[in-house]
Design a protein around this ligand. Sequence first.
Ligand SMILES: [Zn+2]
Ligand SMILES: [Zn+2]
Length: 712
Amino acid sequence: MYIDVLLQISAFDDKTFLYSVPSNLEDQIEVGKRVKVPFGKKEIMGIIICIKTNNDTNYELKQILEVMDSFPILNEEMIELGKYMSDTYICSLMTCYQSMIPSALKFNTKNINIKYKTYIEKLKDYTSNVKSEINILNLFNNTNKILKSDISNKKALSKLIELEVLKEIKEEEYRLDSNIDACNLKELTKDQINTYNSIKDSNKNICLLRGVTGSGKTEIYMYLIKDVLEKNKTAIVLVPEISLTTQLINRFKCIFGDDIAVLHSSLSDGERYDEWRKIRKNEVKLVIGTRSAIFAPLSNLGLIIIDEEQEDSYKQENNPRYKTIDIAIKRIEYNNAKLLLGSATPSLESYARSKVGIYDLVELNKRVNDKCLPKVIVVDMKEEMKKRNPILSGEASYLIQDRLNKKEQIMILINRRGYSNYVLCDECGEVINCKNCDISLTYHKNSNSLKCHYCNHIETMPNICPNCKSKHISLKGIGTEKIEELLNSKYNAKVIRMDKDTTSTKGSHERIINDFNSCKYDILLGTQMISKGLDFYNVTLVIVLNGDSSLNIPDYRSAEKTFELLTQVAGRSGRSNKEGIALIQTYNPNHYSIELAKKHDYIGFYNEEIKIRKKLNYPPFCFIVAVRLLTNDYELGNIEINKVNNYLKKKLDNNFTILGPTISLKINNIYKFQCIIKYKDKEKIYEVLNNINKHYKNNKIKLEIDFNPIKI
Ligand SMILES: [Zn+2]
Ligand SMILES: [Zn+2]
């Protein structure tokens, strides 16, 4: 027997090597298992890709050394999917396979143990005269199996095992434990039932559910999942960020109990491995997780749900640079399953696809039980500056006090952490930048340090200007720490801050959310982290301090992202019986994304934005791919990106638009040079990009090809 083995050797990207299998290992060979093989003088790991009966080469083959798995870590579907990804995203097959498996199974990672619990099982009835033995046997009166640790007299136990009355067995133990009380599904409202039926009866395999914030999309998801599980099929639910969806996971766990596995980045490697094994061994039917959970190796998949489908976190930012929806579509095709995309603010692309009938569109325009959407107040900060209210507008200050008096809760969003986002010398005008990046350092008061939010460089705050030695240096700009200080000095309120700095330890997200939910705090202050998915019954005021910060980003999606953020944040307010208010502070009160967010008018926004996209030829009217070169050598990068640009211009005709080349700010001592291509003709673009990819293989300049880039 011979096998084709895919090895992880970057010089031979995606090349497989033929090995022979010694006869004693033959019955262990299966496609998708890992093997240890000799390569040169080393022993390395590889994945079995193909089994062959004869040696079609002219030379004698080396033998594999070991089969490492008892079952394939990649099933047939994943083997296929990897090939599709490698072609679609122009990256190595091994990288694609590695992205599908938990790190415990990846190459070159330290061994992660499977934990076991030891039990004693009773094999047959036995009458003993020895007291210590009788004591043990009595433990088995109502059960067949008990934990070994519950038996204290080990000597008597050994004796009973020797007599084959009892037997020691080991069972795998999973690190994640869920002890959540079971509860029943909520009854659906009339609107929800109609929506549920429309999705269920849809004859398309992809549905887009647009439901306003608070319309109860999650309940509908649960009913659909229940149907699928009852048919003995399985389901995957994807959420954008697990930290914010603790609440959601708990709701699912209390309905579906032990049938769930959870996969997300805040699990330890061991926990992740355990959850993955549960899935692989068909012990669970439902998987909830973030992006990479799309690769959960469930068999008999019936339904995939992608909640808040427009979120950027569904795009992987390093190789393989996949869009989760693309992978989901591939999986439902393979499994003949359904895909449901849900959102209050679908991406323009998805909504456009549903308008032309590629997806089925189902809309839910009312909150549960006809609760009102929150009233949105837009405050013009240009006016507030004149009144010397640069941070908190007069109206915001008034409303905060009003809510505190009423013992209702408040959420405040500012999308910048730290105290001040730059430090400026008043004498010479020097701004203190990171030594590795072209980015100003942020002052953190708690640690009296300057931090780079891009490369994590930290230095102590200087007393004098590093440039002119002046003592007059000042802190400019505002971040979460500064707002926290301001709120504490101005109000008699308990404030809790949620940003990257306060949530770095395991479980801290959950703690903050639980504490705020149980009203231990009056105000939750945070970055984007708090903008989505949270559901607090007592919050009646949400304030966005800098509502237009995303508008100032030069990107074709900046209006879409602004509309989305404001709609989502506003949706956190007034979710129970009390009426909610959302207050947005902005310097651009008349921008259409802000005016339409104020009216909760998604359709209006879509119609406005789609006209602009058409006029300027941006998605959904074309596709975009970014070609980037990364290097620490500015001159070299400049020369090479111009070569790329010239090559693109030569090969691509007027049906393509090439933007650039541009260079981004230096981050961590690396310059990024970029060309953007707008295209419709997929065949031609792949031909050109594959050539560029070949050219830069094993080059000291690193090439990135990024389809559907998040930022351009
Ligand atoms: Zn200075
Ligand atoms: Zn830096």
